[in-house]
Ligand binder design. Structure first.
Ligand SMILES: Nc1ncnc2c1ncn2[C@@H]1O[C@H](COP(=O)(O)OP(=O)(O)OP(=O)(O)O)[C@@H](O)[C@H]1O
Ligand SMILES: [Mg+2]
Length: 229
């Protein structure tokens, strides 16, 4: 469960990125975050893994107030909250296998865990056959799958996806979203910031719209634009 209570975020340069955001996301939800460029989607996601701290209001994740977290608690939060970004951020000198294994090793996992979980996760996202490839040898969609595998290998409760289909063609975008829906169906709470109208309209999940850092719409089984039936 993620709860925002009257959250505002003003960056040091004076930009008001979020204003009075109140929101609750139940465990297991699938939520799209929509809005045109610069409206606060990425800022909202970054509050959840404490990459940024709001200037006002309170956020709790699984009952824990993020304001009260100490530096030493942040790795535990980041294990609960996986992230997938548009630009993948894969390590280019490591293979797909090594990228995913590395995410597990930095949490202190032993080699038995790595040998068990990495292949399973690569299997789940459909790129087990690309394990030995380097990121630059993969298509955009395959790189995105590798980035999703890396986020999933730690079994996060929550997955934050920022424009996960940003650079992908429509068909590949649909495949990636279908993968996210399958992961969600296994219980992972999914928050997806996107400009991809076709995908949002097809999937009919919860849609929250941000305009100028404020929530202007929050609908169950919503669409990208309001009032289209
Ligand atoms: N680190 C930062 N410092 C100062 N201002 C920032 C910072 N990051 C974002 N902003 C500003 O905050 C506002 C919201 O940005 P944000 O990245 O959250 O938008 P977004 O909805 O994700 O946009 P896009 O669809 O283009 O990704 C914008 O005005 C942006 O310029
Ligand atoms: Mg953004």
């Amino acid at each position: 469960m993620i709860v925002f209570r009257d959250v505002s975020l003003v960056y040091p340069n004076g930009v008001h990125a979020l204003s009075d955001v109140s929101l609750s996301i139940t465990r297991g939800d699938f939520m799209f975050l929509v809005g045109s460029t610069g409206q606060g989607k990425t800022s909202l996601l970054k509050c959840i893994n404490r990459e940024v701290r709001p200037t006002e209001g309170e956020i709790t994740v699984e009952g824990q107030s993020l304001a009260e977290l100490r530096a030493g608690d942040i790795p535990f939060l980041r294990r609960k909250v996986g992230v997938v970004f548009q630009d993948f951020k894969l390590l280019h000198q490591k293979t797909v296998w090594e990228n995913v294994a590395y995410a597990l090793q930095v949490t202190g996992a032993g080699s038995r865990d790595v040998l068990r979980r990495v292949p399973r996760t690569l299997e789940l996202v459909g790129i087990a056959h690309k394990s030995k490839m380097f990121p630059q040898e993969l298509s955009g969609g395959e790189q995105q799958r590798a980035a999703i595998a890396r986020a999933l290998v730690n079994h996060p409760l929550i997955l934050l996806c920022d424009e996960p289909t940003g650079n992908l063609d429509p068909e590949t975008s649909s495949e990636i979203m279908a993968l996210l829906a399958r992961i969600n169906a296994k219980g992972t709470t999914m928050l997806v910031a996107t400009h991809n109208q076709a995908v949002v309209d097809r999937m009919r999940k919860r849609v929250v719209r941000l305009v100028n850092g404020r929530i202007t719409r929050d609908e169950e089984r919503g669409r990208y634009h309001v009032g289209l039936g």
